[in-house]
Design a protein around this ligand. Structure first.
Ligand SMILES: [Zn+2]
Length: 308
């Protein structure tokens, strides 16, 4: 069984090798672990019944969560989501609720394991995953093993690599992080501070501007929207070069909601990389996620087997 606990929804499923036999989703309004756990327990038992699986036949439970996770499977630190879960130990919970072993990992790392096992990074042992969503997430695999460090942050802070030392102050305290310069969390402010904003169709938008709104305005050839998108793609391209210089990957996989418009984004990033990265032209594959929201679930088996 595998769980992918994100900030706005939870995916969970029964996995057999590289296939999802059954899956379901829980929408999360307030990301609190204490409220979620009883739903997850009931949901996993229901999925096992539907797929006629006896939990005792299963290899275990793999958990991905949007938090920093200790190697013993407990939550080490959170950032505004599941803050009530710091110190919570998933293996102990799984043992008492399902009688199964459990391993837990950061959700972006688990998604990279999935993409390496059965998706866009298959066949590449040096790989980076970047997720462009509400924020910017990252994970790194070198020599087929996840890059981890004592405090478990290594490779996970792609969104907090600086792209402009005079840039916006980020939630992490740094200035000019990629996430502060080009992600959904900062997009609204970037648009509204543009000198042409009042003449833009974006000004008609009630509430916060997200990338869906921005792309709709770009499709309508709104000049401010086009400039803001060029800025964001420039930030992502600069970040990609930094990731290549830091980790020397064979492939960089891009995931997250913004990738719905990958045909607009990835060719521009590839062009920038070919011109600016210290790497042979075309030597780093820059590709979209193949598994999408299922990536972390399909990372479950290799995580449980301890191969990563
Ligand atoms: Zn930051």
């Amino acid at each position: 069984m595998a769980l992918d606990i994100g900030g706005s929804h939870v995916e969970y499923g029964i996995v057999y090798r590289d296939r999802l036999l059954a899956k379901d989703t829980i929408a999360v309004r307030h990301p609190l672990l204490t409220a979620l756990l009883p739903q997850l327990e009931a949901g996993l038992h229901a999925l096992a019944r539907q797929s006629a699986m006896d939990p005792t036949q299963m290899a275990g439970v793999a958990v991905g969560i949007c938090a920093i996770v200790h190697e013993d499977g407990s939550i080490l630190a959170t950032n505004g989501k599941y803050d009530d879960g710091v110190g919570f130990n998933f293996p102990r919970w799984c043992e008492t609720r399902f009688g199964l072993p459990c391993k837990a990992e950061n959700d972006t790392r688990l998604a990279l394991i999935g993409e390496h096992f059965a998706g866009a990074a298959k066949g590449f042992d040096d790989a980076v995953l970047v997720t462009l969503g509400t924020g910017i997430g990252g994970a790194v695999l070198l020599g087929g093993k996840l890059l981890r460090s004592g405090s478990r942050k290594a490779g996970g802070l792609a969104g907090h690599l600086g792209v402009d030392w005079k840039g916006r102050v980020c939630t992490c305290g740094n200035r000019g992080c990629a996430e502060a310069e080009a992600s959904t969390v900062s997009l609204n402010a970037i648009c509204r501070e543009h000198t042409g904003y009042r003449r833009s169709m974006l000004a008609e938008k009630m509430g916060a501007i997200d990338f869906e709104t921005l792309f709709a305005a770009v499709d309508a050839e709104d000049a401010v929207a086009c400039e803001v998108l060029e800025h964001c793609v420039g930030v992502w391209a600069a970040l990609t070069v930094t990731l290549i210089h830091a980790y020397d990957p064979q492939v960089i996989v891009f995931g997250g909601g913004v990738m719905q418009r990958q045909e607009w984004i990835l060719p521009r990033i590839r062009d920038h990389v070919n011109r600016h990265a210290w790497a042979q032209k075309g030597s780093v594959s820059i590709v979209p996620s193949l598994l999408g929201p299922a990536a972390a679930l399909l990372g479950g088996l290799p995580l449980l087997q301890g191969n990563v």
